[in-house]
Design a protein around this ligand. Structure first.
Ligand SMILES: NC(=O)c1ccc[n+]([C@@H]2O[C@H](COP(=O)([O-])OP(=O)(O)OC[C@H]3O[C@@H](n4cnc5c(N)ncnc54)[C@H](OP(=O)(O)O)[C@@H]3O)[C@@H](O)[C@H]2O)c1
Length: 254
C-alpha cells in the first residue's frame, strides 16, 4: 500500500526491459520505500540487465524477481499475473511493453496483425488480469504507457497509432469502471522518447528522455492525475492538431 508520502513499496512491470520502465523503477526506488520489484518480460540479456539494475537500486532491503511474460500469449497472462501477486500486494502495475513497426511491417498483413496482438490484444489481457487482482486487494495503480500517437494517428505511423488509440480507450474505460474500488488507472501519453524503441529515428520536436517520463509517472502515482502528457506541452499541441481538417493534417511533415 502507498505510505503517507504516496511512495509505492511494490511494483510489477509488464515489459521488464523497457527503457522507460527501467527509468521508472529507478525513480520509484529513489523515493526510498520500494522493496519488491517483479520484472515480467521475455527472457534474454535485456531482461537480465534490467534485473541487475533494479537489484542495485532497491539495495539490500529489496527483492527483485523475473517472470517470463510474452504479450503475444494472452492465454498465459492470468497465471503470470497471479504469480506476481503470490508474494503479497502489488502497489503499482506498469504496462510498458510494445513494438514500433516500420512501413514494411505495416504493409504485411501477418506482421501488421502481430503488432496489434502485442500492443493491443496482449495489453488488454494483461490489464484485465491485473485489474482483477488489484480490485481483489482493494488498492493499487495501473500505469499504462499509451502514446501521443494514439491521439490522432499519422499517415507515417498509423498502425502503431491505431494500437495505441485502442489501448488508450481501453485503459481509460477500465479506469472509469474501477472508480470507487481503490484502484486507479493512469494513462501516460508520451511524445517522442529517446529509447531503444526510437534509436536510429530522426529527432522529433519536444523529444524527452526516459527519465522525464519516469518522473511524470512517479508524480502521478497516488496523486489523483489520470492522464499524463510528457512533455506537458503536448496536451496543448494535440488539442490543436486533433481539430485540423484531415486534408491539412495528412500533409504535415510529422
Ligand atoms: N519511445 C517512445 O518514443 C515512446 C513514446 C510513447 C510511448 N511509448 C511506449 O512506451 C512503452 C515502452 O517503450 P520504450 O520506449 O521503453 O521502448 P523499449 O525500450 O524498446 O521497450 C519495449 C519493451 O517491449 C517489450 N516487448 C516487445 N514485444 C514484447 C512481447 N511480445 N512480449 C513481452 N514484451 C515485449 C520489449 O521486450 P524485449 O526486450 O523482450 O524485446 C521491451 O521491454 C511502449 O509501450 C511504447 O509503445 C514509447
Amino acid at each position: 500500500m502507498l505510505d503517507a508520502l504516496r511512495s509505492p513499496q511494490s511494483v510489477l512491470v509488464l515489459g521488464a526491459s523497457s527503457d522507460i520502465a527501467q527509468a521508472t523503477v529507478a525513480a520509484l526506488a529513489r523515493r526510498g520505500r520500494l522493496d519488491r520489484v517483479v520484472l515480467a518480460g521475455r527472457p534474454g540479456p535485456r531482461r537480465d540487465a534490467a534485473v541487475q539494475k533494479a537489484t542495485s537500486e532497491v539495495g539490500r532491503r529489496g527483492v527483485v524477481r523475473a517472470l517470463d511474460f510474452d504479450a503475444t500469449r494472452p492465454d498465459e497472462h492470468e497465471a503470470v499475473v497471479a504469480e506476481a501477486f503470490a508474494d503479497g500486494d502489488v502497489d503499482v502495475v506498469l504496462l510498458a511493453f510494445g513494438v514500433l513497426p516500420d512501413a514494411a511491417t505495416a504493409a504485411a498483413p501477418d506482421a501488421a496483425a502481430a503488432v496489434v496482438t502485442t500492443n493491443f490484444t496482449g495489453a488488454v489481457s494483461a490489464l484485465t488480469a491485473s485489474a482483477a487482482r488489484l480490485r481483489a486487494q482493494g488498492h493499487g495503480t495501473m500505469v499504462v504507457l499509451s502514446s501521443v500517437a494514439g491521439e490522432r494517428p499519422r499517415r507515417s505511423n498509423y498502425l502503431y497509432g491505431a494500437t495505441k488509440a485502442g489501448l488508450d480507450a481501453f485503459a481509460t474505460g477500465l479506469g472509469d469502471d474501477l472508480a470507487g474500488t481503490g484502484v486507479e488507472v493512469v494513462v501516460v501519453r508520451p511524445g517522442f522518447v529517446r529509447t531503444s524503441m526510437t534509436a536510429g529515428l530522426g529527432p522529433a520536436p519536444l523529444s524527452v528522455d526516459a527519465s522525464d517520463v519516469a518522473e511524470a509517472v512517479v508524480a502521478a502515482v497516488g496523486g489523483g492525475t489520470r492522464t499524463v502528457w510528457v512533455p506537458g506541452a503536448l496536451r496543448l499541441v494535440m488539442s490543436v492538431l486533433r481539430h485540423l481538417p484531415r486534408a491539412v493534417f495528412r500533409r504535415l511533415p510529422i
